[in-house]
Design a binder for this molecule. Structure first.
Ligand code: AMP
Length: 197
């Protein structure tokens, strides 16, 4: 929604890594087993792909870092690369959500193989069975790491390594908490009001 309505670019390290795995690049080969287990890929690899991506012209209108930084070292590497590139972070948004609800959302989700539209087994099925609402394609896919066991590991990694970096940004007065249990439109409105500040 933010991309569509504000011209911002979503920079998802998960998406970038999945593209590297699919393309069979050296980074993809190194990352695959770690991602399948739900553990974290090395800070150097992830920071490297973000830094390279920030050099493209399309990020100048604003970007959303999705899934990065995930460790204290990554947060420090991000600071260093932004300084070097003359860029600044304006906001850090924490989407707060009950873990059981998160597991339920992740386990049931799937996307259109052609356009990437997101769906869910219970909360958002295509209007016509097996036909994408947006582009009409008939093929859908699921992430191999969206199973209950891997999701639990991903959450444990979040608690151990990612949640502890919030104070790093809180000290700078940058963090706003948004209720991720609210309906999609309400979440979007909350984020929009933060960005409009
Ligand atoms: P995501 O799509 O954000 O859920 O990421 C999927 C997987 O990619 C994670 O479980 C990690 O294995 C890897 N990954 C994505 N972003 C990062 C990051 N910032 N640091 C380390 N590993 C990452």
């Amino acid at each position: 929604m933010l991309e569509r309505e504000r011209g911002m670019v979503q920079l998802s390290t998960g998406d970038m890594l999945r593209a590297a795995v699919k393309a069979g690049t050296p980074v993809g080969k190194q990352a695959k087993a770690v991602m399948d287990a739900g553990e974290l890929v090395s800070d150097e690899i992830v920071a490297g792909i973000v830094s390279e991506r920030l050099d493209a012209d399309d990020v100048k209108a604003g970007f959303i870092l999705d899934g990065f930084p995930r460790t204290q070292v990554q947060a420090e590497m991000l600071d260093a690369m932004l300084t070097e590139k003359g860029m600044t972070l304006n906001h850090v948004i924490e989407l707060a959500i009950n873990e059981e609800a998160l597991v339920d959302r992740v386990e049931g989700r799937f996307t259109c193989s052609q356009c990437g539209e997101g769906y869910h087994d219970r909360y958002k099925l295509p209007k016509v069975e097996n036909v994408c609402d947006v582009c009409g394609a008939n093929a859908f896919k699921r992430r191999p790491d969206d199973n209950a066991e891997t999701v639990r590991t991903r959450l444990a990694e979040y608690r151990a390594k990612t949640a502890p970096i919030l104070p790093f940004y809180e000290e700078r007065g940058m963090v706003t908490r948004v209720d991720g249990m609210a309906p999609m439109d309400a979440v979007k409105a909350s984020i929009a009001s933060i960005l409009n500040k």
